[in-house]
Design a protein around this ligand. Sequence first.
Ligand code: HPA
Ligand code: ZN
Length: 371
Amino acid sequence: MYIAFSTCVALALINTSQGMVKSHADNHRNITMKTLASFIAGIPKAELHLHLEGTLEPEMMIATGKRNGISLPWPDATAARKAYNFNSLQSFLDIYYQATAVLITEEDFYDLTIAYLKKAASQNVRHVELFFDPQSHTARGVGFETVLCGIERAFVEANNSFNISTKLIMCILRHLSEKEGMEVLEKALAWKPWIAGIGLDSSEQGNPPKKFRMLFDRAHQEGFFTVAHAGEEGDAASVKEALDTLHISRIDHGVHCMEDEKLVTELVNKQIPLTVCPLSNVRLKVFRNMSEHNLKLMLQKGLCVTINSDDPAYFGGYINENYLEAAEALDLDHHDIIKLAQNSFAAASLSAVHKQLYLKEIECYARQQIN
Ligand code: HPA
Ligand code: ZN
């Protein structure tokens, strides 16, 4: 299929005037992008950087707020969407925590989780590692078990009905103290069978990885796998610090690693995965626009990069929209898409056998589509 389109452009280039060449080439590009869009939509993929609270669509936020008697600064979903105009990570987090306050009951957490998993499955996401922020709920008096039971109920239902596997990663809010983080980690120990990993999110500026060294040591002792946001707004040194002090197995975002050639070599040699979120980076002004995103350069360097949606209800798209907008702006081809999807399973916290099964699905899909 891919070869056929290249031939088509070659023919157009041989036998037409300058204007015709352009129109054939444009036409070719449109057809190719349409084909690539359906290729992206169908390819099996894993989502490894997704905040449950960031999937709260304005309509659900308004309805849940009404149901629970929580007042919001926006009268309706349209007004909320209008307010989603961010100039930094912090400007987003301020709104995100306000919206999160509508989530109170087990039903709320179940509804939110099942809605996301349904959407993910419809985009051929086969495996999800989902972040949640318990401290943003327990601080409002919501029980830790209320949050977990709602999420777990949706996980079981999705595993059985949507052909999707799931893992849960509990994120520690880095703008709070390590002591407060330790308290929630202690709570999590009683729920270990339901929590696979520990992560670190929220405001990167002023809250370096080393602030949570003891907490991550404890998480490792308890057998959790660990990840951390680093190098989103922070620099390459913050990625290096997260690796060296927290001993994490994956970096969330990490786009600023590219400023340090030595660090890039280390990440490539160790194949430490980076969960990149293109639409998030553009909406939070990490890059001015998608064509300035360094995702393609990261791929070309041999980094184990993946594409994810971060907070899709706020950033204008779920995983397929992230793949597609990046592909359009950065001129990614089928081979890049296959590599990104393969990376997503290679980077997952799955057994070698499970990874192989998913990688085989990609191989069958690619063979079917490209021949
Ligand atoms: N960065 C840090 N914290 C977050 C994010 C993010 O992109 N999304 C939700 N919490
Ligand atoms: Zn994130």
